[in-house]
Design a protein around this ligand. Structure first.
Ligand SMILES: NC(=O)c1ccc[n+]([C@@H]2O[C@H](COP(=O)([O-])OP(=O)(O)OC[C@H]3O[C@@H](n4cnc5c(N)ncnc54)[C@H](OP(=O)(O)O)[C@@H]3O)[C@@H](O)[C@H]2O)c1
Length: 317
């Protein structure tokens, strides 16, 4: 028994579910934070059945709702004396869906994939602080490669309220931008979390088979693409193993503010003015992340928005 407590958001399917099985199998207490009670219950029962380990607790959490995140934080503080690992795995990925707002009036992709993880981190900060080796893993995506194109930038003017009529809306674009924002948030929040002894890193997922339930949420053209991709993608267990290794192994202890690739190698910022060959290597490989991720002005504006939107400057501990 490790005695660790692990919180995994969006744990009822895909990589999050596979990681729940792995953590439970090594004796960690697993909090499967899911938004749907039935799907969450079915998944947590499956984890218990697969591992024979009973300290697997399904708790309700809607990462798109600030109130739900606050309620979850409060319930966690009542139930636990510490949290060792937080994995911000849940993501809104409904390719083809129209523009939607969260209950707090924020574009749903950003609400779920960026502001939710920011607020949840703050809500659990006090519990993480009590751990001997607290680690947060934010789950990013190789979709950020789009930012190797120097013309790409994040548009923070469209995060609240109705979508401007003159601008094309695609969940794909929002998903791409939200994952870059998540990486930038990881870099930008490392110092503040380090002050409390908490490590925060991101993992660039490069692909894992998507569940049928996830693909079903896409519109038809996106479903066709996803089904073709799925035939070539590795099973979710491969990426789930990265969640476990990065958050538990000694080799990664004390490392913070990093982005790791699917081979668990630390990625570095792409050099300026790459030649054609270097550019090919950047786009086809997983050694570099786009230099845009290091833009301090954008990072600082992003953290400012996270604080402003969530009102999470001084969470309870
Ligand atoms: N699979 C890939 O190829 C790939 C590639 C790059 C990055 N990733 C990243 O890897 C992570 C896991 O993805 P996956 O492939 O395992 O996808 P998945 O099976 O669809 O898992 C996503 C989970 O997030 C949950 N979720 C969505 N919105 C939520 C909300 N508002 N509150 C709480 N939970 C919510 C979903 O719950 P419901 O069942 O209730 O919808 C689902 O359980 C994501 O961060 C994704 O962006 C995956």
């Amino acid at each position: 028994m490790s005695g660790r407590t692990v919180v995994i958001t969006g744990a009822n399917s895909g990589i999050g579910l596979a990681a729940s099985v792995m953590f439970a199998a090594i004796g960690d207490t697993v909090v499967m934070a899911c938004r749907n009670p039935e799907r969450g219950k079915t998944a947590s029962e499956a984890v218990i059945e697969a591992t024979g380990f009973s300290d697997v607790r399904m708790r309700l959490l809607d990462m798109a709702s600030f109130q739900s995140i606050r309620d979850f934080g409060e319930a966690m503080r009542e139930e636990f004396s510490h949290v060792d690992i937080l994995i911000n795995n849940a993501a809104y990925i409904e390719h083809g869906a129209p523009h939607r707002l969260s209950p707090d009036g924020i574009e749903l992709t950003y609400a779920t994939n960026v502001f939710g993880p920011f607020l949840l981190t703050e809500e659990l900060r006090g519990l993480l602080k009590q751990s001997a080796d607290p680690r947060i893993l934010n789950v990013a995506s190789n979709i950020i490669k789009h930012f190797f194109d120097e013309k790409k930038s994040l548009d923070f003017n469209v995060l609240r309220g109705e979508w401007p009529v003159e601008k094309r809306f695609r969940v794909y674009d929002q998903y791409r931008d939200s994952k870059m924002a998540l990486v930038m948030m990881t870099f930008a929040s490392a110092d503040s979390l380090a002050a409390d002894g908490i490590a925060v890193n991101a993992l660039q997922v490069n692909g894992a088979q998507m569940s049928r339930a996830t693909v079903k949420k896409f519109t038809r053209p996106w479903r066709i693409v996803a089904n073709i991709q799925n035939a070539m993608l590795p099973p979710v267990q491969e990426m789930a193993a990265n969640y476990v290794v990065l958050t538990t192994e000694e080799e990664y202890r004390g490392k913070t503010g990093r982005l790791y690739n699917h081979d668990r190698a630390e990625m570095i910022s792409a050099p300026d003015n790459p030649n054609a060959w270097e550019r090919v290597k950047q786009v086809s490989g997983a050694a570099y992340y786009p230099a845009y991720a290091e833009n301090k002005a954008v990072q600082s504006r992003l953290i400012g928005l996270c604080e402003e939107f969530t009102g999470a400057l001084q969470p309870p501990s």
